[in-house]
Ligand binder design. Structure first.
Ligand SMILES: [Zn+2]
Length: 225
């Protein structure tokens, strides 16, 4: 496994200490299967497990793209929240699935304390749900629901795209999370939005998935009636 991991250096924006942490080489990842809510399994190490960087000195945790560039307000909120806390745990080496799970819990906790955007909270919650799925733990559904609620808020209050999700992808994903949580009417509503999105030709992969899952949810709905 070790040859697909490499060391990357960071400077913590909270405590200013330097540290290095392992990451997965993107070129070494081999996808096994992609699922309808974008969950992906790998034949090799799962890069999601190493997505959250955790400072070993002060426990500050965030994904790579939101690790730096904190506003003064965020910096103060996080410093206050972490002040006097001891981590006693090192996330910088090879990670077990429990390490991966706990790194996302820390990141979610810190994202909330810095009042991160709903789209950030949603993304972290979705990945936490995926790790629970990998662990075959039914707490997956609690985090799918948390992701769903935050994606809906983000869709209504933030400018699109949300990270790498364009409008049709968000509509599709809200539909799919609703379907997984047995909210059939909501799922149909959001899949309809995706398949009638004027920009759908720009994202034929998502348009196709939305049509397929719209059909799936109709069939599931028939069975439960
Ligand atoms: Zn730190």
């Amino acid at each position: 496994m070790s040859e697909i991991l490499y060391e990357k250096s960071y400077k913590c924006p909270i405590c200013n200490n330097n540290f290095s942490s392992k990451k997965v080489k993107a070129t070494a990842c081999r996808v096994d299967k992609r699922f309808e809510d974008f969950y992906t399994t790998y034949k090799t190490e799962n890069p999601t497990h190493y997505e959250i960087i955790v400072c070993p000195h002060c426990a500050y945790a965030a994904s790579e793209n939101s690790f730096d560039n904190l506003s003064a307000k965020e910096l103060n909120a996080i410093k206050e929240m972490l002040s006097g806390k001891v981590i006693n745990r090192d996330f910088c080496g090879e990670r077990t699935i429990t390490d991966a799970l706990d790194s996302f819990k820390l990141a979610l906790f810190i994202a909330k304390s810095r009042e991160a955007k709903s789209s950030i909270i949603a993304g972290l919650s979705l990945k936490l749900a995926w790790i629970y799925r990998e662990m075959k733990d039914e707490r997956e559904n609690d985090f799918l629901l948390h992701a769903l609620e935050n994606y809906k808020t983000a869709y209504n209050t933030e400018s699109l795209p949300l990270g790498n999700l364009d409008e049709i992808s968000v509509q599709y994903l809200v539909g799919e999370l609703s379907r997984r949580l047995n909210k059939y009417d909501d799922a149909v509503f959001w899949f309809n939005k995706a398949v009638s999105n004027p920009e759908r030709r720009n994202n034929p992969r998502i348009e196709k998935m939305a049509r397929e899952q719209w059909y799936t949810v109709k069939e599931e709905n028939k069975k439960t009636k």
